[in-house]
Write a protein that binds this ligand. Structure first.
Ligand SMILES: NC(=O)c1ccc[n+]([C@@H]2O[C@H](COP(=O)([O-])OP(=O)(O)OC[C@H]3O[C@@H](n4cnc5c(N)ncnc54)[C@H](OP(=O)(O)O)[C@@H]3O)[C@@H](O)[C@H]2O)c1
Length: 287
């Protein structure tokens, strides 16, 4: 069994640093792939969302795996149409029902939309879910420094995590520094550079991270794949990382990253690849 390190969250719980992302994994495949990830590959952390349309398949995959629910870290997210206190509480109940569970380990606001008052009302609904013990940790996704500060100024429960686009071409250093200073863990979405066909956001573009020459050279030096190099880069930078694949062999490969370590020079070479270019939507312009 792979020993994935955990990161302590300000909620008092901890999150396995590596998990399986399931965006664009069809509901029909999710049950089999999640069960494979848990039983065969050793994952203990799954990242889904209402909008992915596969909470039911994910829930069945967990339930039919050989691992008890309480040993799995499960994240889902509140979709954009569900902002506002009452809608947020109802959306959470519906997610739990689809997932077939009575709690999640992490509930995130998927995008920080709407006016500030509505966004904060949504956050206060998540605080209620946390106080009821039904969301063991709560956090934000796609929050900029401004959004973090807004919540930090008004919170009774601080966000445990900010899940943002982050990969070697978009390294988000100022946001990471700010989150760290406030005890908020940073989780990388599209950690491998994205699926390349999302069509989501005007920045949507083909994956250029896995095809990068420097990454390929480092991979060859360690006799591993480019994806494994990139996943190690996230781990060695203290980030939570949730690569997605619909192929069992890649799901297994992506967690097989604890038999090698990137050198300081490797890390510096990858640090130099930041182009500041997103592959997904920009939280400042998404509506
Ligand atoms: N909060 C948000 O707004 C947000 C936004 C986007 C994503 N996310 C989360 O982050 C997760 C990961 O992001 P992502 O799905 O955009 O992309 P990603 O994990 O960066 O990249 C996935 C792409 O890489 C391919 N791939 C995976 N493992 C590989 C390997 N070992 N070798 C070669 N290719 C490999 C996959 O193809 P195959 O599937 O064909 O193997 C897929 O095309 C999502 O699933 C979701 O859970 C969150």
């Amino acid at each position: 069994m792979t020993d994935v390190p955990t990161i302590a969250l300000n909620s008092g719980t901890s999150i396995p640093q590596l998990g399986l992302g399931v965006w664009q994994t069809p509901d029909d495949d999710a049950e089999r792939l999640v069960r494979f990830a848990i039983d065969e590959a050793g994952y203990r952390h799954i990242d889904t969302a209402k909008i992915y349309g596969n909470e039911e398949g994910v829930g069945r995959g967990i339930a039919t795996s050989g691992v008890p629910r309480e040993e799995i870290f499960l994240t889902t997210k509140l979709w954009n149409a569900d902002h506002g206190r009452d809608r947020a509480l109802a959306a959470f109940d519906e997610s739990l029902q689809r997932l077939g569970t009575d709690y999640v380990d992490l509930y995130l606001i998927h995008w920080p939309l709407g006016d500030d008052a509505e966004f904060l009302a949504t956050w206060h609904a998540l605080e209620q879910l946390h106080s009821e013990g039904r969301a063991r940790a709560i956090g934000l996704s796609n929050a900029t420094i401004r959004h973090l500060d807004l919540v930090l100024a008004e919170h009774s429960v601080a966000p445990a995590i900010d899940q943002v686009e982050l990969h070697p071409h978009f390294q988000q250093l100022p946001l990471r520094q700010h989150a760290l200073e406030h005890g908020i863990a940073v989780e990388s979405w599209s950690p491998l550079g994205g699926t390349g066909n999302s069509g989501w956001g005007k920045n949507s573009r083909p994956n250029t991270v896995l095809a990068n020459e420097t990454i390929a050279e480092i991979a060859a030096e360690h006799s591993v794949s480019p994806a494994q190099v990139v996943i190690r880069w996230h781990l060695q930078n203290g980030l939570v990382v949730i690569p997605k694949s619909t192929h069992e062999q890649r799901i297994a490969q992506n967690i097989d990253v604890f038999g090698f370590e990137l050198t300081e020079r490797d890390l510096q070479r990858i640090a130099a690849l930041d182009t500041g270019e997103r592959v997904g939507a920009d939280p400042d312009t998404v509506r």
